[in-house]
Design a protein around this ligand. Structure first.
Ligand code: SF4
Length: 574
C-alpha cells in the first residue's frame, strides 16, 4: 500500500488478513513498527488564536506559571482546581488501574473542555483553539504514561486531535511543519518559569505557617491573594535582559554571542530586585495583621508523592485545611524547588557513575566534558538555593533554608539506594529523618496516592526508619477519590499524640522559666514586634513548636526574676 504509514497498514483489516494467511503458510512477516501518532503542530502563527492550558500544581503555582507563559507572548489559562467531578471524568475516560493523580489531572482537563462545549463551543473549535502543556518524562513510574493517558482520555471523550504539548522532552515542540514553535522554549521561558515556582513555593510555605495563628479568620488568605495578584503582574511584565540594549551588544555577531547572552540573562535575574522588593512589601502587609503566636499547635510536616502533597482539594482529602481545623500547623517544603534540586542531584550522581566510561572519545576530551557537566549542574543547584534564599530573606528570613540534597541522600543511605528512582525516590525517607532529627515537626504525614508503586516501596522502608528513631510519629495516608472520612479519622488519632507532644514541650518550658505564661504574654503585648510574623525567633535545640520557642525566647529576654524588686512591665518596655 504505497503512501500509507506502518500504523495505518497495521490497522487495515485486509492487511490483517494477509498477515494471518502469511503466518499460516509460515512465510516471513514484514515488520510493522509502532510510531507515536503525529500531532498537528502548535505554531507561532497560531499564538494569537490559541490558548495554552496548564494545571496540576497548587493554585498559587498555577496562577504564577500562567503569568510566566503569558510573558512569552502566548495566551495561557490555568485550569480550575481539581474537583470530584474531575476524578469521575478521569475514571470514565481514562484507562483502568491508574494512580490517583492521573485520574484527577486527566479528568480535570476533560471536564474543562466539556464545560466549554456545554457553553456552546463546538468540539472542532475547542480542538483548534486550545492546547494543553504538561511536563513529560520517560518514567519509571506512571508519570511516564501521563501524556498518553491525556491523549487517550481526550480521544475517548470525543476531542479527536486535541494537542498535548510536552516540555521536558522535545516531543510535541519540534515542529514538523518547519514553522517556529508556538511556545518558544527559550532561556527566558525557563527563567520565567523558575521565578514563578520560586515565588509560589515561598508564598505557599509562609501562608501555611501563618494561618494557624491569625486572629481574624481569613486575613492571611486575603493578604496572600493580594500578593499573588501583584506578583502575577510582575511576572507577566518581568524585566528581561536583552544583549542588544547594553554594552554587551559588542558580543553580537561574535562566536561568544550565545554564551554571553545566557550568562548575562542569568546574572540579570540573580541581581534583580524586582521580586525581592515585592516580597518585602508582602512581609510588611503580613506584619500588619494580628496574630496570637502563643497558640500551642502541633507542627505537621506534609510530604509524600509530589502531586498529592502539592494539590489543595479532594485530590488529598483537603488535608491542609483539615489539619488546620484540627488545630495543627502545616509545614510544607518548597515543593517545586526541592524537586528541581533533587533532579539536579540525581543528574549529577548519574554522571558521576558514568565517569571513566568513554564512548568514542579521548581520555582528555572525556574528562573535560565530565568536569564541565558536573560544574554546570553544581552551579545550577547553587543558583536555585541562592534565589530561594533571597526571597526568604526579603520575606523576613523566618523560613527554613532549602535542604541540601547531598545531606538528604546521606540520611537515606542506610535504608535506600538513591539509584532506586521513580516517584520521590529516597526523598521521603530522608525528609522524614531530617525533620524529626532537626526537631522541625512533631509529626510527619505522608500522602500516598492509591496504587502508587514508589510510595508503596517507600512505606515499607519507613517501618524500619520509625523503629530506628524512637519518638518519631509517622503516618502514611493513602489518597484516592473516596475514603475521606476514614483518612481524616486516622489523622485525628495520630494528631492526638502530636498534640500531647506539643503541649508537654510548652509546659516544660513554662515550668523551667522564672515567669508565668501570663507574664510572658503580657511582656509580648507590651513589645508587639515579637508577635509579628517576620520577627526571628531562635529555634532552640530540641524545641519544635512556635509557641514554645517564642515563650523560651521571651523568657530569656525578660531575664531572671529578682524577688526584692519585681520587674515591672514598664522596665522591659523597648
Ligand atoms: S509517583 Fe506514584 S502517584 Fe505519582 S505518577 Fe508515579 S505512580 Fe503515579
Amino acid at each position: 500500500m504505497p503512501g500509507t504509514s506502518d500504523r495505518e497498514r497495521a490497522r487495515d483489516p485486509a492487511e490483517g488478513r494477509r498477515r494471518r494467511s502469511a503466518a499460516r503458510r509460515g512465510a516471513a512477516l514484514p515488520v510493522v513498527h509502532f510510531h507515536r501518532p503525529t500531532e498537528r503542530p502548535f505554531t507561532a502563527s497560531q499564538r494569537e488564536s490559541t490558548t495554552i492550558l496548564i494545571g496540576g500544581l497548587s493554585p498559587r503555582h498555577d496562577k504564577l506559571v500562567e503569568a510566566a507563559i503569558q510573558a512569552m507572548g502566548c495566551r495561557c489559562q490555568a485550569l480550575p482546581n481539581v474537583t470530584m467531578e474531575s476524578y469521575t471524568a478521569g475514571r470514565e475516560f481514562g484507562n483502568n488501574g491508574l494512580c490517583n493523580p492521573t485520574y484527577f489531572t486527566v479528568g480535570n482537563l476533560v471536564k474543562f473542555l466539556q464545560d466549554r462545549e456545554a457553553e456552546g463551543m463546538s468540539k472542532e473549535a475547542i480542538v483548534d483553539t486550545y492546547v494543553f502543556l504538561t511536563a513529560g518524562s520517560c518514567g519509571t513510574c506512571r508519570f511516564g504514561m501521563y501524556e498518553s493517558q491525556y491523549r487517550l482520555a481526550l480521544e475517548n471523550a470525543g476531542f479527536h486531535g486535541f494537542r498535548v504539548v510536552l516540555f521536558g522532552t522535545d516531543d510535541g515542540i519540534d515542529q514538523s511543519s518547519g514553522e517556529a514553535a508556538g511556545l518558544d522554549l527559550s532561556l527566558d521561558f525557563f527563567l520565567g518559569l523558575i521565578t514563578a515556582f520560586d515565588l509560589a513555593d515561598v508564598l505557599n510555605q509562609y501562608t501555611y505557617r501563618l494561618r494557624p495563628y491569625e486572629v481574624v479568620p481569613g486575613s492571611v488568605d486575603e493578604v496572600t491573594s493580594r500578593v499573588v495578584a501583584h506578583l502575577y503582574e510582575l511576572v507577566r511584565n518581568r524585566d528581561r535582559f536583552e544583549l542588544e540594549d547594553h554594552w554587551t551588544r559588542l558580543a553580537v555577531g561574535t562566536r561568544l554571542e550565545g554564551a554571553v547572552r545566557y550568562i548575562a540573562k542569568i546574572l540579570h535575574l540573580t541581581r534583580s530586585d524586582q521580586f525581592t522588593g515585592a516580597m518585602r512589601e508582602a512581609r510588611d502587609a503580613y506584619d500588619q495583621l494580628e496574630f496570637d503566636p502563643f497558640r500551642v499547635r502541633p507542627v505537621v510536616k506534609v510530604m509524600g508523592e509530589f502531586w498529592a502533597q502539592t494539590t489543595e482539594g479532594p485530590g488529598n482529602f483537603h488535608i491542609h485545611r483539615f489539619l488546620e481545623q484540627e488545630g495543627a500547623e502545616v509545614y510544607v517544603d518548597r515543593s517545586l524547588f526541592t524537586r528541581l534540586s533533587y533532579m539536579l542531584f540525581m543528574h549529577r550522581e548519574k554522571t558521576r557513575d558514568r565517569r571513566g566510561l568513554r564512548q568514542d572519545e579521548g581520555r582528555l576530551a572525556h574528562y573535560l566534558r565530565y568536569y564541565r557537566k558536573m560544574g554546570l549542574l553544581g552551579l545550577a543547584d547553587r543558583l536555585l538555593h541562592r534565589e530561594n534564599r533571597r526571597l526568604i530573606e526579603a520575606l523576613g528570613g523566618t523560613l527554613h533554608e532549602m535542604l541540601d540534597q547531598s545531606e538528604l541522600e546521606l540520611l537515606a543511605r542506610p535504608y535506600w539506594n538513591w539509584r532506586t528512582t521513580s516517584g520521590e525516590g529516597h526523598l521521603e525517607i530522608a525528609e522524614n529523618i531530617y525533620y524529626h532529627t532537626h526537631h522541625l515537626c512533631h509529626m510527619v504525614l505522608s500522602l500516598k496516592p492509591f496504587t502508587c508503586m514508589p510510595s508503596t516501596q517507600s512505606d515499607g522502608v519507613q517501618v524500619r526508619v520509625v523503629e530506628d528513631h524512637p519518638g518519631m510519629i509517622f503516618l502514611p495516608i493513602e489518597t484516592s477519590g473516596d475514603g475521606e472520612v476514614i483518612a481524616h479519622s486516622r489523622v485525628q488519632m495520630a494528631l492526638g499524640s502530636a498534640r500531647a507532644k506539643a503541649r508537654k514541650e510548652m509546659d516544660d518550658i513554662v515550668a523551667a522559666s522564672p515567669w508565668t505564661l501570663d507574664e510572658i504574654k503580657e511582656w509580648a503585648d507590651d513589645h508587639p514586634h515579637v508577635k509579628r510574623p517576620s520577627y526571628r525567633v531562635p529555634h532552640a535545640p530540641g524545641v519544635v513548636g512556635r509557641a514554645a520557642n517564642l515563650a523560651l525566647h521571651i523568657s530569656g529576654l525578660m531575664g531572671a526574676r529578682t524577688p526584692a524588686r519585681p520587674v515591672t512591665r514598664e522596665a522591659h518596655r523597648v
